[in-house]
Design a protein around this ligand. Sequence first.
Ligand SMILES: [Zn+2]
Length: 1098
Amino acid sequence: MAVKQQDLLRDMQNCFNHLKVEENKTETVSERHRNESINIGCTEFPDYSEEVRSVLKAGWLEKTPPNSGVIYQRRWVQLDSEYLRYFQSPKEVYSKRMISLRCVDKVVGVGDLKFELHSQNRTFLFRADKTEEINDWVCCLEKALSDNRNSIESRNLFFKRGSVDFSFEGYLELMSPRIKVYTIISRDKLYLFKNREEHFQGVGVTDIDMRMARVKDGGKRSFTLTTPYRTFSFLAESESEKQRWCDSLNECVSRSLSCDGVCESLWRVVSNQQCADCSALMPEWASINLCVLLCEKCAGVHRSLGQNVSKVRSLKLDERVWTDDLIRVFLQLGNAKANTFWGANIPPSESLCVNANDEHRLQHITAKYVHGKYRKYHTLYGQQEALDSALCKAVQSSDLLEILTLLHCGADIKCHTGIPDFPTPLSLAKRSGQSAQAELLTQNLNTESFESVLKDVSIQSRRGYLFKPASSSRPITEHKNKADFARRWSCLEGGVFSYYKNDHSKKCGGMKTSDIICLSVNSPGKHVYEHTFELYTEEGRGYLFGADDANTVRNWSKAISMAMLPTALFDICGPCDRLGRLRCVEGSHGIGWFCLSGFKLHVLLENTVQTIDLRKLLSLSHSDSDGSMVLVWRGGTLHVLTDRRPHFVGWQTCIQQKSGAGDQPLSHQQLTELDVPVTIDRCLDHVTRYGLLSPGIYRKNGVNSHTTKLLERFHNDARSVSWSESDFSVDDVANTLKRFLREVKDGVLNGQDNAKSWLKAADLEDKTERIYYYQNLLSNLPIVNRATLKALTHHLLSVQHLSNENQMTKRNLGIVFGPTLFQTDGTDVKEPRVVEELIQNYCSIFNVSESELLRQLNLTTAALNKHKSERPSSKTTSSIICAVDLERIEEGSEVLVQVGANMTAVELVSEVLDHKGVKPANEDFWSCYEILEKEEMDRMLHYHEKVSPVYFSPGLQCHLLVKKNHYISNILKYLEMMEENVCKSGTLRVCEVKSERSKNYCSRYCELSGTTFRMHKELQNSPCEREWPVKELKVYNGYRSKLHSPTPWGITLAHDKQQWYLCCDNEDEFIEWTATFFSIQYDGDIWPSPLVMQSHNS
Ligand SMILES: [Zn+2]
């Protein structure tokens, strides 16, 4: 078939070449003199132009020549999506003029039945004989212009305001009419311009489709271009110039034709001979990221979905896209294979036929690719880590369908492979020499991920048998026997869920889906029926349904959740374990929709969906008095109100369970932002602070009962554990870490089988090979295990670095941590070796830059040496080395200071200045600031304030910075002026930040007096909305960086992980409020007396 088509085309061309083409010379010449336009007449060839150029509007108009502007000329004017062209007559193929819409700024009706087209450099005036006609033109042009501006990618790159995509250009002389033209070969067309300037202005004469053209050398600098409609004769400046033109034109012709080669090769796969969507024959288009060949109509729909969904390219016109690798992808996959994924479940009633109307086509294609309604889910769907690691494996194989499936079932194309030199799946594919895979990945780099399933009415209905316990007073959560269940015909339809004795009998019961407030899919085995789900209604009743197989329960719960949930949430969360609505303090309606899926809690409040990883909560508290729940995470707070109905207890239990449990494997534990279990993080932190210099750290065991006690506390609720230095010795804590690692389910190495692979790797003789295997094993670990191993190794490296002090060499650490990591009794000598090698090759195995590591280690060493020279006698100390920045935070401005537990801010300031040799001038006020890393906020430490609790405040990435304080003198002056009576009130714009997205400022009347800060909704006398004791607030200068604040004068109040932003109108306001806060917080004692300063500076 393909061959036939091509032959047909060739025959046609030969035929055209022999046609004798006449030119209308007389008219051309007169035209040229009259209005300096070029007329390219040709034999009449009806319908050509309209067919090829999908014309938006065409008609007769009169136009003035650009310069003289007196005599109107009647022209056939044609508008398509890219150009406005005008012709001598409707039968012409080659225009007299073509104006690129890209270069048209606006179109204006100018009265007198006229309109003008304005481009940057010129104006074109047209006249019609009817007002309606003018209005219609203006309207069509305006729409075309706006469409053109909005189109992401112009199909014709040619007229992009001078930026041209062409292969050859230059001046030629056109023989008849005899005139010089500026000529450009671009893609498959030859464009003619009057001159180079006009090309940049976007005004051309005409374009010639080279696919239909033939080039012929005419001798003596001349050559001809024969098209079916006309022959153009050109004269080049020289013989050699002519040769170059002929070569380029011939190349252009053959390139345009060889595009047929792409079709030909792709159509060799039989299923590629039909459109993947509607089965139309010989599809000439393709979506190069979704890997399907398409007919023109379907391609149009795909294009309308946007580049980020479907990247549509022509097999014929976009020749450059079709690299050998891309062709290979399409040959290997083919429409049939691709459709085993995309179209695995198309019901006959929803299939698409060739003659489908536009609406149906759009509906089908959107469902198929945007919502993924018919696709075959990957077996790992919903398990992110497993999907990602499957992707990393697949890219090294030749299975393209697996990659396509993974990419469109949620695998992260940018996931980390765990291999330092080939960190992305793309780099891994390239390394494995899988160039087709690499091409497929490349085409999908910017594809939007397909997470949503269509919320479709047809899926919201379902029928079938379920088992239901007879209504009884026993709560449904209690264990049931088989005898308790009865078979019920169940039906979900039109927003009602009902059940019957059998499919003919009278209804036994049911509920509206809008009355269902909670759906819970039970874990298997809770009742005698292996698979069950529960429904809870608004009125407080609970229902239990069971089935023998998981699929039935999954399908029912999917249908019911679809009927229950708002689309916004359903599209995001997909299948989940528990969902429903709960009452919240936040949000104006006080109702939030919740979906629990694994450890992720998706919450829809006020049209915004937030996803919370419950393991990473900063705190989860239940109020004893009313049972309400407060969830605090980085980025927000959520206050769920208690509910007496039975579904609420279930929510409490589930959220509690999913927020991390001490008796579970590492990835089920409470986690830090960096995916390290909180228990491990706290222990490492403690030993780093107090134990690096302690001889025999990790070797000594501490007091056993202390370790057991601490471990138990971590086990119960790790994030709530805190202790002071005196409660536990560093050895107690070190031993707690070891015991945790030794006892945690599956260990850091994720089970004995995996642990054995590490030992096998240690056996390899070649070091490079060994490292490579370690990298590979590391990349196969779950994210949490990987992060834990990295944090642990980094820590051991710092211990080892100070082995002169603590005697813990690499070897000693290996002996201690080998059996700990492998969870054995320590008989295998390879275990310590693995630990040693991890420490030794930390940078290459964990992909850490050597210079960064070196810098960190040097800081520690330098600090240590300084400390030794100053106090040679004392070896053990409770002080810690802190890096404090001077004047600004950047590399090199750090000063290392030994910070004792009782060091105050004023002492720190003088130490830092002293260290850097800075002599403070009298008028300088130097202060120590707490800088919150990610947020552009700082807080001046009170001079009496102890430094170490600030530096080590848990959960905050905080820097200490010593810099001049620019406000303090004004603050002191203001307070002096206020004398005893320090208070302040007034209206401020206030923003309470609940999440990253909420940034609404409202005016509040604020009052600061006595020891309290109050906020009133309106006036002073209106009831107080909120109040805080000022001494419990942390007062920061500035705003969280993501917040768009109305003025730069901001104050941030932090209280118990919640934050409020106060926005002052000007600097004076800011100073007055800040001064008042300080004065109340520190009882008027804000700045040290000169005496104190002197004693510290001397
Ligand atoms: Zn089609």
